[in-house]
Design a protein around this ligand. Structure first.
Ligand code: APR
Length: 331
């Protein structure tokens, strides 16, 4: 999955390069800068002393010494001064310059902290959005796996309003299913029976309306056939679709070449999101992969929240899934 959000200490990340939120001197400091220098050892500072500092928005690369990675990319974020002093542009430049250096060093995996969101005071949810948008834009044209490493309470990152909206949406649905276990199991049985009779009736009417080979065609359309059909109908290229789904190229070619391929649920949903399918078509595509969206788990309810609100931005959906401790979309 090209963009991953993880909770970790960046000095522990076993990737090709980690990015340091440094200051203009590049001579170390507190926060993640201090943690990286402590973990790397004195060799890092010695190399940094030769670099002659770094401009805000720019980045420089060094070795990693005792860290479990190959390189450290030092970038200097903007200090937050209210948001109308070009802070956003400078922060975007930090991610772009760091990614350029990582690409030049042929890195396949890179880990970023949330630059400027600590001592430099950039509001965490805004900093998170800049990180996600800039990284995802770079990944449309480049193959790399990028980790955004979250070090503290992550609910701050998606913004309190969205966080509470989704929380309420879950409670309204999740409670309903779990209010009384006896009632719940009765309800479950009832819905299951209803679903089965509905589905039988649907199939019957479907079979009546269409000829046998149409019926076989519709009944036989597999997940991957529906996926490829939808890509064509939407006028997308394969690459546009799998990148938007945050799926890597190798997995997509497996799905394309095997009409009976059975994807994971998160993969199937990621493609439905990339194709911006309405809820009913999302459910149809999931059913072809052997899954259903249900109100008995928060992951499904959050997906339903975003689809019914017409928000198909997979990175924002992953931010929310991450904030609610759910697994992320994409392979
Ligand atoms: N791993 C991952 N993330 C971390 C770690 C860690 N070990 N330690 C801190 N962070 C997170 C913070 O929670 C924050 O979200 O990194 C983000 C950036 O915070 P800072 O390290 O304070 O960096 P920044 O806000 O860019 O300020 C840079 O602080 O440390 C000094 O020398 C540095 O002067 C520079 C300034």
């Amino acid at each position: 999955m090209p963009v991953q959000i993880v909770r970790n200490d960046i000095t522990k990340m076993k990737v090709d390069a980690i990015v340091n939120a440094a200051n203009n001197s590049l001579l170390g400091g507190g926060g993640v800068d201090g943690a990286i220098h402590r973990a790397a050892g004195p060799g890092l500072l010695k190399e940094c002393e030769k670099l002659g500092g770094c401009e805000t928005g720019d980045a420089k690369i060094t070795g990693a010494y005792n860290l479990p990675c190959k390189y450290v990319i030092h970038t200097v974020g903007p200090v937050w001064r209210g948001g109308d002093h070009g802070e956003r542009e400078k922060l975007i430049s930090c991610y772009r310059r760091s990614l350029e250096l990582a690409k030049k060093a042929e890195c396949e995996t890179v880990a970023f902290p949330l630059i400027s969101s600590g001592v430099y005071g950039y509001p965490k949810d805004k900093a998170f959005k800049v990180a996600l948008d800039t990284i995802s834009e770079f990944l449309l044209e480049n193959d790399m796996t990028v980790y955004i490493v979250i070090f503290d309470k992550y609910a701050l990152y998606i913004g309190e309003k969205l966080f509470s909206d989704i929380g309420k949406y879950i409670d309204d649905r999740y409670v309903e299913e779990h209010s009384d276990s006896r009632l719940y199991s009765m309800k479950r049985r009832e819905t299951a029976l209803l679903d089965m009779s509905l589905c039988a009736a649907e199939n019957e009417s479907l079979l009546k309306e269409c000829t046998l080979d149409d019926a076989l065609k519709t009944l036989d359309e597999s997940f991957s056939e529906m996926l490829l059909r939808k890509i064509d109908e939407k006028g997308m290229t394969d690459a546009e679709c799998y990148k938007k789904a945050n799926i890597d190229r190798k997995l997509f070619s497996k799905i394309r070449s095997d009409r009976l391929y059975k994807p994971k649920k998160t993969t199937a949903i990621a493609f439905a999101i990339a194709l911006e399918l309405p809820l009913d078509e999302t459910k149809e595509m999931l059913m072809k992969a052997g899954f259903a969206l249900s109100h008995s788990n928060k992951f499904d309810i959050i997906i339903e929240y975003f689809i019914t609100h017409g928000n198909y931005n997979i990175y924002e959906i992953n931010e929310a899934l991450f904030a609610f401790d759910q697994c992320l979309l994409g392979a």
